[in-house]
Design a protein around this ligand. Structure first.
Ligand code: SF4
Length: 374
């Protein structure tokens, strides 16, 4: 039975810890952000290039598909060059799983039930065990076993859980428990229910995601709702947002989900009011321009861009830095204190200068107050 234990800013379900290279999953470790490359894995330069872009965006564990021997042959060099732990995604062919382990991957995503029988699964799991490499059992609604589909009348949550437990039982029979589980469906409610059921039954760490979520637009919303619901309930130890698009977007969305639940902090958080009929500064443009300019800055700050005097000063005061706009100008707040009045055209540049000058963590100080009015 899963127990809720206080960890960080929210109550997390207690899970065991699994190490993926240097990154811990579960056991109270920070919820990590994963993604998957979309280049042909056999193309080492393209794949490593994409992994570097993902890592720069905050991806902490990267998965690569290993559909054939050419892809498996590229793994040693990909692992050598990757700045983050590499997970090999293997289906059906136990020889590819063994090749991936020999290549030094940090985790294997494989379903012991579809790798060619118990003996072959035993070979793979024994090799993983001897190398200290964990395995993610990734159940997908789209590839659920036929008998479970028929028994449950479809790929419902209970069927996904039964499939995962079947794979877990096989691992346990072989004395292998270095396991991470995932139970993904493209339907948000099915996915959420499946993870809830699973979290109540096992303490293996859970990899959470909504599979085939869709394009950047719909996929972001479905992922935020599904992953966010589970994380808010304390369920989930690592996440992957699946989007039909640039995987860097998956990482950005993943971080925003974690930041919005205060599970992790990373980079600059820009708060912006939606603007309305009171706005006399182009708040939307200012916020968008600021968000673009700060995307690569590795400082942990909250910056508020507010449109008027209704909620503006309050929000701007709460943030590390904030502007409350008025008539083609804005009051600049630093740590809750008004420090100057800025003309509209200079808002973004001034905020960027303030961010650059912000003291390193632990050295922040409140500076002198300047009276101002909108
Ligand atoms: Fe409108 Fe002011 Fe609220 Fe922005 S802060 S939405 S401008 S009332």
């Amino acid at each position: 039975m899963s127990k809720l234990a206080s960890a960080g800013s929210s109550a997390r379900a207690h899970t065991r810890m699994v190490m993926v290279g240097s990154v811990a999953i579960g056991g109270g470790a920070p919820v990590s952000v994963q993604s998957m490359t979309k280049t042909p894995t056999a193309d080492v330069a393209a794949t490593v290039g994409q992994i570097r872009r993902l890592a720069a965006a905050g991806c902490e564990i990267v998965r690569v598909a290993v559909p054939d021997r050419e892809a498996a042959a590229a793994l040693p060099e990909i692992v050598r060059q990757s700045p983050v732990p590499v997970v090999a995604d293997v289906h059906f062919d136990y020889r590819l799983a063994l090749a991936a382990l020999h290549a030094g991957v940090h985790k294997l995503r494989v379903n012991p039930g579809n790798i060619g029988g118990v003996e072959r699964a035993r070979l793979v799991l024994r090799e993983a065990k001897s190398r200290g490499v964990p395995v993610r059992i990734g159940v997908n609604a789209g590839s659920l076993e036929k008998d479970l589909y028929q028994q449950h009348g479809g790929a419902i949550a209970a069927a996904l859980v039964a499939s995962a437990l079947r794979h877990v039982a096989l691992c346990q029979e072989l004395g292998f428990e270095d396991i991470v589980l995932s139970l993904k469906a493209s339907d948000v409610l099915t996915t959420v229910e499946a993870y809830r059921l699973m979290a109540a039954q096992v303490d293996f760490p859970l990899h959470v995601g909504i599979t085939e979520a869709g394009t950047r637009w719909t996929g972001t919303i479905k992922s935020a709702v599904g992953i966010g619901t589970l994380l808010a309930e304390g369920i989930g130890d690592t996440i992957r947002v699946s989007l039909a698009g640039d995987p860097v977007e998956e990482v950005r969305v993943g971080w925003e989900i974690l930041k919005s639940l205060r599970l992790r902090r990373r980079g600059i958080s820009v708060i912006a009011c939606p603007s309305c009929g009171r706005t006399e500064v182009d708040v939307v443009r200012v916020a968008e321009e600021l968000e673009q300019q700060v995307a690569g800055i590795d400082r942990q700050l909250t910056v508020a861009v507010m449109g008027c005097a209704v909620n503006g000063p309050g929000e701007a005061r709460e943030a590390d830095l904030g502007v409350a706009c008025g008539k083609h100008a804005a009051l600049l707040f630093r740590k809750g204190t008004v420090v100057s009045k800025i003309p509209e055209a200079e808002i973004v540049q001034r905020l960027l200068r303030e961010i650059e000058a912000w003291p390193a963590e632990g050295q922040a100080e409140v500076r002198g107050e300047t009276k101002g009015s909108l």
